[in-house]
Design a protein around this ligand. Structure first.
Ligand SMILES: NC(=O)c1ccc[n+]([C@@H]2O[C@H](COP(=O)([O-])OP(=O)(O)OC[C@H]3O[C@@H](n4cnc5c(N)ncnc54)[C@H](OP(=O)(O)O)[C@@H]3O)[C@@H](O)[C@H]2O)c1
Length: 332
């Protein structure tokens, strides 16, 4: 049964155009990767998805392999989404990483992509995905085959839009041209890794997506929790991803003294803006017109509320941006 949601849910969230397509996405979108159906159970997923939707988040992102075991995020969130108004939602999934044994269980072949999309639809109990992605470029399969499979899914009505994820600028530009040449479903959206600690797409990819009018939804805008204050005190909070899933080695490897110094400075700057570090990191991602939406993860309703409150202050001074550049751009 479809639940009732907040009447004012569309009043405050900005919806940004995905490139030059007709698709509008919320400035903040929510993904399930390690959290829902992973180290957070169905009751947390339900609370988070419902609260997110009440706050205007209409886009929820999945992939075949999300959750523990892989696929569980789609199962768990599929139950929740059945209680939500499907036509008001943008649901995405992907295929590219290892999902089942043997030669047809990963990468970018037609065989794998089409079988995986069917499996994901079944797991979620959906008739179609709004966006279906090639999750990663496959060095051994012709791009034509991968993009042709996405086009087939669109023509079959199993996906409304096609997307690519983690493709380089050059691979993305080749993809756009191939789709144009064959009159296939265009690449409407790109999902790259992007945050203050990893800025390669600013020069490698974004000039290309702007040129071709393609939307961009960066994943891990909080560097999976590093761009929050949770690890800065030196302890690993018991309920964190590091504690529950990736282990303290992950923090150790990613928070070496130089990185920690940078994060402490960024945290101070965020405080002086009246924001948390997470909020400043999201605002910084959204400062670029090339970016359609920031794709966050969250473990709790509180985190979602804090992250959506980012939208109260998206402006940066020139001085703040220069300071962030000096802290986060790698020296040649
Ligand atoms: N295309 C791809 O290859 C790819 C790869 C990875 C992810 N993704 C997509 O991107 C989504 C987001 O990835 P991610 O979860 O790593 O993103 P993220 O937004 O960088 O990190 C999310 C984590 O940060 C912490 N967090 C979030 N808000 C917080 C706040 N206000 N205060 C303190 N901590 C906060 C939480 O950690 P704790 O849980 O520790 O509290 C949360 O789980 C995924 O769900 C998936 O949809 C795509």
């Amino acid at each position: 049964m479809i639940r009732e949601f907040a009447e004012g849910r569309y009043d405050r969230m900005p919806y940004r155009r995905c490139g030059r397509s007709g698709l509008l996405l919320p400035a903040i979108s929510l993904g399930a990767w390690e959290t829902f159906g992973g180290y957070r159970d169905e009751s947390v997923a339900r609370e988070c998805l419902f609260r997110a939707f009440d706050l205007g988040i209409t886009h929820f992102d999945f992939a075949n392999n999300y959750g523990t075991p892989p696929g569980n995020a789609e199962v768990v969130c599929g139950h929740v989404i059945r209680e939500m108004p499907r036509d008001e939602l943008i649901i995405s999934s992907k295929a590219g990483y290892r999902m089942w044994p043997g030669p047809y269980g990963e990468w970018g072949s037609r065989k794998y992509l089409i079988a995986s999309c069917d499996q994901s639809l079944k797991r979620m109990g959906l008739d179609y995905f709004d966006i279906f992605y090639s999750h990663r470029p496959d060095p051994d399969t012709p791009l034509e085959e991968t993009l042709g499979a996405l086009d087939t899914l669109v023509k079959q009505g199993k996906a409304l839009y096609a997307g690519v994820s983690s493709y380089s600028g050059a691979q993305f530009a080749d993809s756009v041209r191939i789709c144009e040449r064959h009159d296939w479903a265009p690449v409407t959206i790109h999902q790259p890794y992007f945050n203050m600690l990893s800025r390669t797409i600013e020069w490698d990819l974004l000039p290309q997506t702007e040129r071709f009018g393609t939307g961009v939804i960066p994943f891990c805008p909080l560097a999976s929790g590093l761009l929050t204050d949770k690890y800065l005190g030196g302890d690993i909070p018991a309920e964190s991803r590091a504690a529950r899933k990736w282990g303290p080695e992950w923090v150790e490897k990613n928070l070496r003294p130089e990185r920690r110094r940078v994060l402490v400075e960024l945290n101070d700057m965020a405080k002086s803006r009246g924001q948390t570090l997470a909020q400043m990191a999201l605002a910084w991602t959204l400062r670029l017109p090339a970016i359609t939406s920031a794709l966050i993860g969250a473990s709790s309703v509180r985190q979602i509320e804090e992250n959506v409150a980012t939208l109260d202050n998206l402006a940066f001074t020139e001085e703040e941006l220069n300071r962030i550049d000096s802290l986060t751009m790698k020296k040649p």
